[in-house]
Design a protein. Structure first.
Length: 408
């Protein structure tokens, strides 16, 4: 096996005799000492930590042996090596503080700009609520860059229309529509079972669908609609697709939340199914939306904590304020307010940018449990860092939301 130590160089990064430089699947560089049979993250001479970034060079392919050993194939020169070709260009790893990473995009960036030059061929993606608005632009942008995208929608007519619109732009676009009604746990289960029957991998799961400002109404499962559609249905869907994500790893889950998650008093002292899914007398549409979006951020943190060891990374994001999507359709007053704000808010392409960034940006591969706004990591509400609150929501969602319905 080739090692960096074999190079004739005066560089301070030269590997001492008996050491070997290796790379994890997440891109972190580590060092193996063949004399002591031990490994460490720090360079044996400089003490620095490094990681590789970017995609493999043109013509290269990473493969996995049956025993789990990774090797690399150079199809142009017809060579095989166990050394990642990007190792020579490894950069210093400054740790988990992504605020130190150079920000490439901002509030004015579009999903197309985020994906410029990217080839997503071979990536399988699910986007919920993808027949219109931000979800459509998310799905469209990724499909135009080669991904196989499943539009998971309740209204199949609109979903098929969306597929046609995408394929008119790119005839070979791999886009399919499948029915998913998040207000029905039975529908969620049927969607997951159909997806599994197709025997497709799943590299990116984008939980985008949401309702806003709807009057109080219970779903067929007995939960308040905003709570189930925005959060519980997505929680259940992810649970059912968990094995597919792990089998397809590395994989990413993106939970679309909102800055409104900050305006909720949910805490360990009051968390209950009655609080999350209130009766009509205790229901306020705006508060229910805020609460569901807080649940989204807590869920993203909890999911990353559970699945990151399997190389499934989860982040949440805010797409933009008062964007003119179909969220406002429940009440004419919302339509009026959103219409007045329209000239000052993001376009749908701009709204999809942060979601697409979380799903595809190479610089955050291997990182999760974070919250993004305007394609940049920012701090969510302080309570979302409370592990006990994350766990309480998770346990409550399983006990009262999913397991009590006999689904898993």
């Amino acid at each position: 096996m080739a090692t960096a130590g074999a190079l004739d160089t005066d560089s301070e990064d030269e590997i001492p005799a008996g050491w070997e430089e290796r790379v994890t699947l997440e891109g972190r560089v580590y060092y193996a000492n063949h004399s002591t049979k031990s490994t460490q993250w720090e360079h044996p001479t400089t003490g620095k930590k490094k990681r590789i970034t970017g995609e493999l060079p043109y013509g290269w392919e990473r493969k996995l042996k049956d025993n789990g050993q990774v090797y690399y194939v150079d199809h142009i020169n017809e060579k095989v090596t166990y050394t990642d070709p990007r190792l020579a260009f490894a950069v210093e790893d400054t740790g988990n503080n992504l605020l130190e990473f150079k920000q490439r995009f901002d509030a004015s960036s579009t999903a197309e700009q985020v994906l410029q030059g990217r080839d997503l061929t071979g990536k399988y993606v699910i986007v919920t609520g993808a027949n219109g608005g931000i979800g459509f632009e998310t799905a469209r942008s990724m499909a135009l860059h080669g991904a196989h995208v499943t539009l998971a929608c309740r209204d199949m007519k609109k979903a098929h229309d969306a597929v046609e619109r995408i394929q008119k732009e790119r005839k070979v676009a791999q886009v399919v529509a499948m029915r998913l009604d998040l207000a029905s746990l039975k529908s969620v289960q049927e969607f997951a079972e159909e997806y599994k029957r197709n025997d497709w991998p799943l590299h990116i799961l984008i939980l985008n669908a949401a309702v806003f400002g709807v009057p109080h109404e219970l779903t067929e499962d007995g939960y308040e609609t905003t709570f189930q559609v925005n959060y519980l249905g997505h929680f259940f869907l992810t649970q059912l697709l968990e094995e597919v994500l792990i089998r397809s790893a590395p994989a990413k889950v993106v939970v679309v939340s909102s800055e409104s998650h900050r305006f909720s008093d949910l805490d360990l002292d009051n968390i209950s199914i009655q609080k999350l899914s209130p009766d009509k007398d205790n229901y306020t549409a705006m508060y229910a939306y805020n609460l569901s979006k807080l649940c989204n951020v807590l869920f993203a943190h909890g999911l990353h904590a559970r699945l990151s060891k399997f190389r499934v990374w989860t982040n949440s994001c805010h797409p933009g304020n008062m964007m003119y999507t179909n969220l406002h359709r429940s009440w004419w007053v919302w339509t009026l307010l959103f219409g007045l704000a329209r000239p000052f808010t993001k376009s749908m392409q701009q709204g999809a940018a942060t979601t697409v960034f979380c799903a595809t940006a190479l610089e955050i591969d291997g990182y999760g449990g974070m919250y993004f706004n305007n394609c940049c990591r920012c701090l969510p509400a302080e309570k979302t860092f409370k592990e006990k609150l994350c766990n309480a929501l998770w346990e409550l969602s399983e006990k009262d939301g999913v397991r009590s319905n006999g689904k898993i």
